[in-house]
Design a protein around this ligand. Sequence first.
Ligand code: HEM
Length: 247
Amino acid sequence: MLGIPQQDTFVLQVWAHDIFRGADPILADAVERINTYGQDFMTYMADHLNKRRKSPANNDLLDLLFERYKGQPLTSDELAANFILLFAAGFETTASVISNSVLALLRNPNQLQLLREHPEVMESAVDEFLRYDGALRLVARTALEDVEMGDVLIQRGDQVFFVVLAANRDPQVFADPDRLDVTRDSKRHVAFGHGIHYCLGAPLARFEIQSAISALIRHDFALLPGAVEWKESIMFRSLERLPIVFR
Ligand code: HEM
């Protein structure tokens, strides 16, 4: 969709992966590498956009965007940065939800069974997967004015973390929230955020999760005991290792 040559995507994914690790303060030791990858990615993307401006007519998303935003005052850097976000935001997140969902199903075999017997439930089950174990733990904001929440005063300029995965386990919204229930109505989850910055890729992510889980559950598979490992991150809810065996 962005016209990026297939053979380049492997390197770009590695860069994207590391750039996103920069969101985690606990991984500050990686700062130098992240900065280098960030600069490499900016150079790559600016170059790609320049090439494509000169020779359009691929009729992909990039051409449509060029056409739509003709004459808008976006600098090359701003354009490149937004394309990097668009490219990068969809990998770690969607892959994490897919693997988190596989683990959730393996730990709740009755739900796995139910999905196998009633594939028509899958579309709404995707929302339950996102609610139960989404990929982004939190979104960050800076207060533009003083705000009182409960008995706390958030001052203008303060940074605030909204822990969306905690909101998704709010018992006032979801009954028995720690239970995976692929038949429940989970649409009110906030795994894709909320408001003006609501995830741009939500429909694509939903489609990918649905396709992947539907394909996988047609096979018989099991968890290898004791080997599940979570990534160390305050930002992402992601598995480092999920070894499964097909039977
Ligand atoms: C299951 C997978 C995904 C999850 C859990 C997820 C989650 C989120 C969340 C929580 C936000 C809001 C961030 C904020 O408010 O600060 C967001 C924004 C965004 N997402 Fe996703 N996302 C996913 C997949 C994708 C995909 C596949 C793409 C692109 C193809 C994408 C592109 C974006 C972009 C560009 C934004 C920024 C929107 C804006 O600031 O206006 N995401 N995502």
